[in-house]
Design a protein around this ligand. Sequence first.
Ligand code: ADP
Ligand code: MG
Length: 197
Amino acid sequence: MEVERKEINVDALKSANLPIIWILGGPGSGKGTQCDNIRVKTGFCHLSSGDLLRNEVVSGSKRGLQLYKLMEMGELVPTQVVLDLIAEAMVQEVYGGKAKGFLLDAFPWNLDQADAFVARIGQPKKIIYLSLEQDVMIDRLLARGNFDDNRETIEKRCANFQNQTRPVLEKFKDLVTRLDANRPAEEVTADILPALA
Ligand code: ADP
Ligand code: MG
């Protein structure tokens, strides 16, 4: 299944040279929570690839329909297509003129996405790794109780994180700040803020 590509001119994004932060961690480590907190405190823009994909599907565009078919079959969306969406959203933010920087929530998910992001958009300024024991992740997600948060899918997502995302943290280790995520959210936020400088 082919998904339509979209040419995104990233010149404006590159010349704006805003800080880009990757927020990584296992499922339930608090990425979304921390991105919200940091956005409010810094004016950085919070981008979630999952939200961008869902929004494109809901928009009813031709590309959205192609994405829907892939996602419905449980297939991975090609890296360059996810990057089209992220690049497009980042460029829009630059033209909007308000964003002070970018928080990428759970992106890049694997080395392929990381390398493609660097090639097309550039290096992140920093990577925040929210470190949390698997038992605590599972407890939090079971408590959150989303429809796809059962023990089996959670364990699968934890294993994916170890196999897929861990290599990103290793390859870019010079940029990584590892934080203990097993603390109240406000405490974690207070540690992220100085790590962004
Ligand atoms: P992620 O985006 O990494 O999957 P979320 O931010 O969605 O994680 O958080 C998962 C669940 O854990 C949510 O119910 C959230 O309210 C809760 N949570 C997030 N951060 C903390 C924290 N520091 N302490 C306790 N619970 C938290
Ligand atoms: Mg999340």
